[in-house]
Design a protein. Structure first.
Lengths: 108, 124
């Protein structure tokens, strides 16, 4: 399958921990990457590979992988973390790029 | 600082051809996958296709019949053409630089540099 499945919406209380998940068959061969997108802005890479953060991404963002599921965890969510989050990888053939449908994170 | 800057026409009529160009500053194309992605209003990200520095392309099967992506390595630019546009092609179009590598018997792919986006509206 070339699809990645995400929950449409997740909420978290300020300062608490939240996990956003992404499922897909290609995740058994490919680590996913995660992007944060705020309204009116381009996506920003926050996690890639096994658990790598680009320069400038706070260490409260982390990633993990198990079987066909990848997860983005925000430990101590802040108000500025409220955004849409997308997972992304290549499909099982390796020839195409796929995105999950996105998860809208609300920080309460 | 590595940047992608993109430009192109923002208003099209149905049946016209969408044309966008993206330039990479601060690095070369070599070794990267250069993608176009779009996002219809209020919806998620959709990958359109990609090209590498040698001109090898991959396209989203749902758009393949209408898409052409080309590269000009002398200018560090790559371009998107989408023919026969309709209102369904109205979206913000992004260019992005992708990398793929391997570790621990896994591949990993990510897009680390994105353009700011170009809003394209198709309307008669």
């Amino acid at each position: 399958s070339s699809e990645l499945t995400q929950d449409p919406a997740v909420s978290v209380a300020l300062g608490q921990t939240v996990r956003i998940t992404c499922q897909g068959d290609s995740l058994r061969s490919y680590y996913a990457s995660w992007y944060q997108q705020k309204p009116g802005q381009a996506p920003v890479l926050v996690i890639y590979g096994q658990n790598n953060r680009p320069s400038g991404i706070p260490d409260r963002f982390s990633g993990s992988n198990s079987g066909n599921t990848t997860s983005l965890t925000i430990t101590g969510a802040q108000a500025e973390d409220e955004a849409d989050y997308y997972c992304n990888t290549r499909d099982s053939s390796g020839n195409h790029v796929v995105f999950g449908g996105g998860t809208k994170l609300t920080v309460l | 600082q590595v940047q992608l800057r993109q430009w192109g026409a923002g208003l099209l009529k149905p049946s016209e051809t969408l044309s966008l160009t993206c330039a990479l500053y601060g690095d070369s194309f070599t070794g990267y996958y250069l993608s176009w992605i779009r996002q219809p209003p209020g919806r998620g990200l959709e990958w359109i296709g990609e090209i590498n520095h040698s001109g090898s392309t991959n396209y989203n099967p749902s758009l393949k019949s209408r898409v052409t992506i080309s590269v000009d390595t002398s200018k560090n630019q790559f371009s998107l053409k989408l023919s026969s546009v309709t209102a369904a092609d109205t979206a913000v179009y992004y260019c992005a630089r992708g990398s793929m590598t391997t570790a621990n018997y896994y591949y990993f792919y990510y897009m680390d540099v994105w353009g700011k986006g170009t809003t394209v509206t198709v309307s008669s």
